[in-house]
Design a protein around this ligand. Structure first.
Ligand code: ACO
Length: 349
């Protein structure tokens, strides 16, 4: 069975830089608070009208395809991970297929929040290993700036997130010293509401003891979205940050160790850990717990904030462009996020 290698990688971040101080115009916060709690100094926001989650994905994908040395016409499957899609449906995969004029190939959308890219990579890995596809495009992209609550009410969430995209082209390789060694996917829905955007949705207040949405009293239909939901600000993400933090610092090290031990490696063998850029304090805690040196962990949340499904491919691409990953290096990708879902992938570059 062949292994799956990353044949090309690309990233795109919007030009518009938003510093912590820029946020002061909209909410009661401070540069000091944000930096101390999250490590974030600035993030990028997409052009409101001219950029979407898909168009940013196209930018990153174009670079990845070029670096893989193939043409867009050779792509035979698309996997698009995002939680901020252009449309509620259809997904960004088909919009990217149209925008890039790709063949009439399959397009799969993955909704696994911060773990979206690693889940998508794992799916792509299976298709390559079985010989089903030869050139899979995997994209992680987010336009969070469009859907956050930028008033003081939403500050615990809004200051964290940023926009951007990353993409890779997956191909088979017979080289036993290269490629994805294993992937490890997990979930625990017990805490699904701890970090969630409830509306629009069909939940009808079924899962929570308290009402999280004002649905209309109509006998049938008209339940998906209501004026009251907008008036009462029920259309934004909710997060219990401390619970997320406590779970993340347990599950990140666990899933990284799982990947290493499945392949008989130690943390000292790692050239680079690319953690999902959730929060600098989480990454530092994980680094300390695993006894990794500074040069073994990639952090760029300071510049881009948390870009959810895009954060791992952006960090991986940046590390590669900086020359921090060479052929044969052992690299671990690891994520934790809403769901909860967590995942890792161990690869030889
Ligand atoms: N600016 C200023 N003050 C703020 C802000 C803000 N942006 N946000 C919250 N506060 C205030 C709160 O209102 C509260 O004030 P009070 O004490 O007067 O009530 C105070 O700061 C402390 O609030 P907490 O929510 O308890 O702050 P905490 O120290 O937990 O930090 C944070 C919040 C950064 C979200 C933290 O919980 C955290 O890092 N959690 C991890 C979650 C995470 O990283 N999520 C990322 C997305 S999910 C993922 O990718 C895994």
């Amino acid at each position: 069975m062949p292994r799956t290698k990353i044949a090309g990688i690309g990233m795109y971040v919007p030009k518009n830089v938003f510093t912590n101080n820029d946020l002061l115009k909209y909410m009661d916060t401070s540069d000091e608070w944000i930096q101390e709690r999250t490590g974030i100094k600035e993030r990028r926001y997409a052009d409101r009208k001219n950029e979407t989650t898909t168009t940013m994905g196209v930018e990153a994908a174009t670079i990845a395809i070029e670096r893989a040395g193939i043409t867009p016409q050779e792509i035979d499957f698309i996997i698009f991970a995002t939680i901020s899609p252009d449309y509620y449906f259809p997904g960004c995969g088909v919009l990217l297929q149209r925008a890039m004029k790709l063949k009439e190939i399959g397009a799969l959308d993955v909704r696994n929040q911060c773990s979206g890219f690693v889940y998508a990579l794992s799916v792509g890995d299976q298709f390559i290993k079985t010989g089903m596809y030869k050139n899979i495009l995997v994209i992680g992209s987010e336009k969070h700036s469009f859907g956050l609550d930028f008033s003081t009410r939403g500050r615990n969430v809004s200051v964290i997130f940023g926009d951007g995209a990353g993409a890779v082209v997956l191909q088979p390789t017979d080289d036993e010293n290269r490629g994805i060694l294993s992937t490890h996917l997990h979930s625990d829905g017990e805490a699904a509401e701890i970090l969630a955007m409830y509306n629009p949705g069909t939940h009808a207040n079924h899962w929570m003891p308290e009402k999280v949405a004002d649905f209309d009293d109509a006998e049938i239909g008209e339940m998906f979205f209501s004026h009251s939901m907008i008036e009462k600000a029920q259309v934004f993400p909710n997060m219990d940050g401390q619970t997320v933090f406590k779970k993340a610092v347990i599950k990140f090290p666990e899933v990284i160790k799982e990947a290493l031990s499945a392949n008989n490696f130690q943390t000292s063998d790692l050239r680079l850990l690319i953690p999902h850029q959730a929060n600098l304090r989480i990454s530092q805690f994980v680094q300390q717990k695993l006894g990794l040196r500074d040069d073994q962990v990639k952090n760029n949340i300071q510049k881009y904030g948390n870009t959810t499904a895009a954060s791992i491919p952006i960090a991986l691409c940046e590390a590669w462009e900086e020359g921090k990953i060479q052929e044969g290096d052992l690299v671990c990708l690891a994520s934790f996020g809403s769901g909860f879902t967590w995942a890792s992938a161990l690869l030889k570059w």
